[in-house]
Ligand binder design. Structure first.
Ligand SMILES: [Zn+2]
Ligand SMILES: [Zn+2]
Length: 142
């Protein structure tokens, strides 16, 4: 099982980390910007899309940690909103209420791998999502 949480480093700074059986490491923006050659060495393919995102958000990656737990969580929230959010999703078999105005809609946005946020056409945009998506505290996944 992987555990996602803010952790304090030995130098007192905080970073958002993923811990698995082999230890913990900074994730999201809490580590050095990814370098393609490192992935090539490991035989991992990186899509053009992902490389474009790396370039776009390159300046947000950092290794200096955060002053507080909350800051590290905010950093990861930012990362997910920037990199792992799909606005245009639809389930035609079900109508649910828009989280902002209550209108019935089959459309939704997907934040991270699991979080569904029901939003109508008028409200399905980044600004509304930012207001609705709260900070991650601890996220478990297997
Ligand atoms: Zn960070
Ligand atoms: Zn709405």
């Amino acid at each position: 099982m992987n555990v996602y949480q803010s952790r304090q480093r030995t130098d007192g700074r905080w970073e958002f980390t993923m811990t698995d059986g082999s230890g913990g490491r900074g994730i999201g923006y809490c580590h050095a910007a990814p370098v393609l050659s490192d992935f090539v060495k490991l035989g991992i393919e990186v899509s053009e899309e992902e490389q474009a995102r790396w370039r776009e958000f390159e300046s947000k990656y950092h290794t200096d940690g955060h002053a507080t737990r909350g800051e590290a969580e905010e950093c990861y929230r930012r990362f997910v909103l920037d990199n792992n959010t799909v606005l245009e999703c639809e389930d035609r078999t079900q109508q649910r209420m828009c989280k902002v105005c209550g209108a019935w809609t089959t459309k939704f946005a997907m934040v991270g791998d699991h979080k569904i946020v029901q939003l109508c056409d008028a409200h399905r945009n980044k600004e509304e999502l930012e207001k609705l998506v709260c900070k991650p505290s601890v996220i478990f996944s297997s």
